[in-house]
Ligand binder design. Structure first.
Ligand code: 5RP
Length: 228
C-alpha cells in the first residue's frame, strides 16, 4: 500500500479520538476524511453517540452508508468540532482547500465549528502556500469575465473540467477556477482582495481557522497545536 494512504488513514483515525459522545461533528470532504469516517463508523457501532454535519454530497452519502447519523445544518445551534482535510498547510496553519471542489460548504461548516482539526499526510505541509493551484468557486454566468479579473493578479486561472467537454459543477451549482499563484505572500490579504471581485463566491484560502493539524508521517501521527 502506498505511504500516503497509510498516513491519511493514521491521521483520520487519530482525529476520531477527539470526538466524545453527544458531539455534533462537522464532516469535511476528501480521501483523508473518508478514512476518518471509516474509524468514526466503527466507534458509532460501539456506542459513540454523535451527529454529523456533512460538507459535501459525497461525504453525506458515505456517512449515511457507514451508519453515521447525519443532521441538517439548518436545524442545529452549534458544531462542537469539525474535522477536514487540506491540500496545503503552512506553519501558521493557513490552508489551501478545495481540491475536491467542496470549499464553500467546508468553509461554512468549518467556520461555524468551535474547534477545527485538519487531517493530512505529511506531503501537504509547506513552508509557504501557493504551489497547489488555489481553487476559487465562481458564478457560472460570465465566468470568463471573472477569470479575466482574477488573471489581473498575475495568475492564469484554469476552469476545472471533468473531461474535454464537461465542466466540473460544485454541489452549489457553481464553477471552480484553479489558480496557480506559485507563492502566496499574504494569504489573508489575497483572500480579501479576491472576495471583492464580482462573480467570486469563495476562495480556497482558509486563514486562521485551524486549531489542530494532525499529519500522518511514516504511519505515525504528528499532532500540531496552534500557538495562541
Ligand atoms: O478541500 C478538500 C475538498 O474540497 C479536501 O479536504 C482536500 O482536497 C484534501 O483532500 P484529500 O484528503 O483527498 O487529499
Amino acid at each position: 500500500m502506498d505511504y500516503s494512504v497509510i498516513n491519511k488513514r493514521a491521521a483520520g483515525a487519530a482525529a476520531v479520538d477527539y470526538i466524545v459522545s453527544g458531539m455534533t461533528v462537522g464532516l469535511g470532504s476528501g480521501s483523508t476524511v473518508d478514512y476518518m469516517l471509516d474509524k468514526l463508523a466503527e466507534k458509532v457501532k460501539e456506542g459513540l453517540k454523535v451527529q454529523g454535519v456533512p460538507t459535501s454530497k459525497k461525504t453525506e452519502k458515505l456517512a449515511k452508508h457507514l451508519g453515521i447519523p447525519i443532521v441538517d445544518f439548518a436545524t442545529i445551534t452549534k458544531v462542537d468540532l469539525a474535522i477536514d482535510g487540506a491540500d496545503e498547510v503552512d506553519p501558521s496553519f493557513h490552508l489551501i482547500k478545495g481540491g475536491g471542489g467542496s470549499l464553500v460548504r467546508e468553509k461554512i461548516v468549518d467556520a461555524n465549528a468551535q474547534q477545527l482539526i485538519i487531517i493530512i499526510d505529511e506531503t501537504k505541509k509547506v513552508p509557504q502556500l501557493g504551489t497547489y493551484p488555489l481553487p476559487i468557486e465562481i458564478v457560472p454566468f460570465g465566468w470568463q469575465k471573472t477569470a479575466e479579473a482574477i488573471a489581473a493578479f498575475g495568475v492564469e486561472p484554469k476552469l476545472r473540467k471533468l473531461s474535454e467537454q464537461d465542466v466540473f459543477v460544485s454541489d452549489n451549482g457553481n464553477y471552480i477556477l484553479d489558480c496557480p499563484f506559485k507563492l502566496i505572500e499574504d494569504p489573508h490579504s489575497l483572500h480579501q482582495q479576491l472576495k471583492q471581485l464580482v462573480g467570486v463566491i469563495e476562495t480556497g484560502l482558509f486563514t486562521s481557522m485551524a486549531d489542530i493539524v494532525i499529519a500522518g508521517e511514516e504511519g505515525k501521527v504528528e499532532k500540531l497545536t496552534k500557538e495562541k
